[in-house]
Design a protein around this ligand. Structure first.
Ligand SMILES: CC(C)(COP(=O)(O)OP(=O)(O)OC[C@H]1O[C@@H](n2cnc3c(N)ncnc32)[C@H](O)[C@@H]1OP(=O)(O)O)[C@@H](O)C(=O)NCCC(=O)NCCS
Length: 179
C-alpha cells in the first residue's frame, strides 16, 4: 500500500521491525481502552499490561508476521498473523488445534481510533489474506466488540466457536473460507 489519502500524507503498508515496537506499544495504549473499556475495563487494562508490551512484541515477531501502516512517520495500524501451533499461548480449549486443523490466525488487527473508516483495516486484512497458505483464515473477537464483529462479518467471516472461562469476556472464533 502506498496510496495518497485525501486527508493527509501517503499511507504505507510494510513489514514491521523491532524499531516499530515503541510505536506499537503506544498504539495499544490509544486503541485498547476505547475498544475494550466499555466491555470490561479491567480486561482492557490486562490486555495492555500483558499483551501490548515490548517483550511480547519481540517474542511474537519471532513466530508471527507483523505489518504496519504508517503515514508521515507515524504508525497508524498493526496486523499480526501466524499459526496457532506456533503461538506461545495455550489453546487447549480450542477444538483440534494441533491436529489436521492447525489454524492460520490473524492475531491482531488494530487501527488507531483517529483513523478508523479510512479503509486501512480492509487493506491490512486483504494483505493478511494474501499470506494464508491454506483455505481458511481464523481470528478471535472478544464478545461485545460489536464494531469488530460487524467489520468481520461484512468481510466474509462467520462465527465458529465460543471460548468461555467465566472470569473474562468470552472469545469468539471466526473463520473465512478464502478459496
Ligand atoms: C475493526 C477495525 C480494524 C476496522 O478497521 P477500519 O480501518 O476502521 O475499517 P475500514 O475503514 O477498512 O472499513 C471497511 C469497511 O468495513 C465496514 N465496517 C466497519 N465497521 C463496521 C461495522 N460495525 N459493521 C458493518 N460494517 C462495518 C465499513 O463500512 C467499510 O465498508 P466499505 O468499505 O464497504 O465502506 C478498526 O475499526 C479497529 O481497529 N477497531 C478497534 C480494534 C479492534 O476491535 N480490532 C479488532 C480486534 S478483533
Amino acid at each position: 500500500m502506498a496510496s495518497p489519502d485525501q486527508e493527509g500524507p501517503v499511507l504505507t503498508l510494510r513489514a514491521a521491525t523491532h524499531d516499530d515496537i515503541p510505536a506499537l506499544v503506544a498504539l495499544g495504549r490509544a486503541v485498547v481502552p476505547p475498544t475494550y473499556g466499555p466491555i470490561d475495563a479491567a480486561y482492557a487494562q490486562r490486555m495492555i499490561d500483558e499483551w501490548w508490551t515490548p517483550e511480547v512484541f519481540a517474542r511474537s515477531m519471532r513466530t508471527n508476521s507483523h505489518r504496519v501502516v504508517e503515514a508521515g512517520g507515524e504508525v497508524l495500524a498493526v496486523s499480526s498473523f501466524g499459526r496457532l501451533s506456533r503461538s506461545y499461548r495455550a489453546f487447549s480449549h480450542v477444538t483440534d488445534p494441533h491436529g489436521s486443523g492447525d489454524r492460520e490466525v490473524m492475531w491482531k488487527l488494530y487501527v488507531h481510533p483517529d483513523h478508523h473508516g479510512r479503509g486501512i483495516g480492509s487493506r491490512m486484512l486483504a494483505e493478511v489474506e494474501s499470506q494464508v497458505e491454506g483455505d481458511e483464515l481464523w481470528l478471535e473477537v472478544v464478545d461485545g466488540n460489536e464494531q469488530a464483529f460487524g467489520f468481520y462479518r461484512s468481510h466474509g467471516f462467520a462465527e465458529q466457536e465460543r471460548v468461555t472461562d467465566g472470569e473474562w469476556p468470552d472469545d469468539v472464533w471466526m473463520m473465512k473460507v478464502l478459496r
